[in-house]
Design a protein. Structure first.
Length: 273
């Protein structure tokens, strides 16, 4: 399988979908609801989400046939091909729809290639707000705007990236304890919060603001993001030598057999070195 060729196709698909999002940035978008997790952010959808999915699939479907690749995409019913094929595309046509609706930065296009055992092979993220492309291919490094990406410390404080503000997050005291432990362990001066982002841009923003972290605690109700929220960025972190795990430090399951939700396990993205 020619991974670089597939990565190039995914990049073109992400850029095309991103251009479509940019066309609608100033539009008054009609908001619809769909079956999702327990939180509102997972239940909203717009015509832009569906347009982006159609654009992306116009690039990827031919590879599904020629390379025998499965498909999991947010706005399409899971056909379970991810359990039958050696690899599957994992697509979030527009992550952070709520941010997009609210005219807030934090939305993005995310495309990944995942092996059946849940290993991220290719990860592509495009941020339409800044015209920035991030991508990685397994064992071939991570790239920002197609140039090799090296992460460096930028601050003497800890950045916490999140969808909800910490004060509005359930079990916020538990999260504060974790953040304060990081402050002590790494000799940092304080905590800066970047909130209102989709999961994909939470992970990317943690990379752009080292030392930083992004996490979600396990919970019983459906939600906590879905496989497509983490697949591409897990590949990028992997190629940067940074950990992405379940909240308890176990390998992140990117091909969950029960459903696509990650609520039972939570997630932890760490960029603290």
């Amino acid at each position: 399988m020619d991974l670089q060729h597939l990565a190039n196709i995914a990049i073109e698909a992400a850029l095309s979908a991103g251009k479509n999002i940019q066309k609608h940035l100033n539009d008054n978008i009609n908001v619809e609801t769909k079956k999702g997790g327990s939180n509102y952010a997972s239940q909203v959808v717009t015509k832009v989400d569906r347009e982006c999915e159609n654009i992306i699939l116009s690039y990827l479907l031919a590879t599904c046939k020629s390379y025998d690749i499965g498909l999991l995409s947010e706005e399409t019913t899971d056909d379970k091909s991810r359990f039958e094929k050696d690899f599957f595309w994992c697509v979030d046509p527009m992550d952070g729809t709520l941010a997009f609706i609210n005219k807030h930065t934090g939305f993005s296009v995310s495309i990944a290639l995942i092996s059946r055992d849940g290993t991220p092979i290719i990860g592509v993220v495009f941020d339409p707000s800044t015209n920035t492309l991030y991508h990685a291919v397994k064992d071939n490094g991570a790239y920002k705007n197609k140039k090799i990406w090296t992460i460096k410390n930028t601050n003497d404080y800890l950045t916490y990236t999140t969808d909800k503000k910490l004060k509005d997050t359930p079990k916020s005291d538990e999260i504060k304890d974790i953040l304060n432990n990081h402050l002590t362990n790494f000799g940092l001066k304080g905590i800066k919060e970047i909130s209102g982002l989709g999961a994909v841009m939470c992970a990317i923003s943690a990379l752009e603001n080292r030392p930083a972290c992004f996490l979600k605690l396990p919970k019983k109700s459906k939600g906590g993001g879905s496989i497509w929220d983490y697949a591409a960025t897990a590949c990028i972190y992997q190629e940067l030598g940074l950990p992405v795990t379940s909240f308890n430090g176990e390998t992140l399951d990117l091909n969950n057999k029960d459903n696509t939700f990650m609520n039972e396990y939570g997630v932890s993205y760490s960029n603290l070195k």
